[in-house]
Write a protein that binds this ligand. Sequence first.
Ligand SMILES: *Cc1c(COP(=O)(O)O)cnc(C)c1O
Length: 251
Amino acid sequence: MNIPLIDLKAQYKSLEKDINKAVLEVLSSSEYIMGKQVKEFEEEFASCLKVRNAVSVANGTDALIIAMKALGIKEGDEVITTPFTFFSTAESISMVGAKPVFVNIDVNTFNIDCSKLINKITDKTKAILPVHLFGLPANMKEILSIAEDNGLYVIEDACQAIGAEYDGKKVGTLGDAACFSFFPTKNLSCAGDGGMIVTNKDDIADIARAIRAHGSGAYGKRAYNLMNDIHEELEVNNSESTVYNPTKYYN
Ligand SMILES: *Cc1c(COP(=O)(O)O)cnc(C)c1O
């Protein structure tokens, strides 16, 4: 007998009626990008994790790239991460122009070995990017303390760990920002690609909201101001539509 590791058809069958109804609702609304359902999902996601902001994006890789861009990580910077992860973790660091610096894993957890982490910090290090591999949280207590002592950001790659808890909190709420993937084989998957950035820092969230929409609209203006240290009172409405938005082409 052949038992597949992941059986997406069985999952679909068990929820077929609900899924079909939801898909038909999207089709009849014709809001295919950032529509009502996506906004509701962002809100439910944020409240489930108990985090201030959830910003949906196209996939987990975009979540990592946009989160790092929102934190200002760029060429010449170094980001410390684990080599034992899906390819995308280190790839994303390269994609923003930074250099992935690998720290080996702890053989008991398969997650980054914190005792080896400190030796890899240089004056170019900007962030630590731990991965909660196979749903097991990395040693966040140690990672957060090293980051705080050295003035580094922490970006959690939680693409395989939706719902996992650490010290009574959901993973993804512990660092400066965190990334999730809804690739069909992940713990929480979708019919296609999907991803989410979460953060308790509103400025990071607003820059991420701007980057995902080409810097257009009020979020684009606010992100520009934040990144250039310009202080200006701006009305930004979290329900700003990327579908019917008069400032959509003001980038
Ligand atoms: C899947 C995964 C990603 C990338 O997510 P995509 O949605 O496939 O782009 C990044 N990091 C880890 C640990 C993953 O498992």
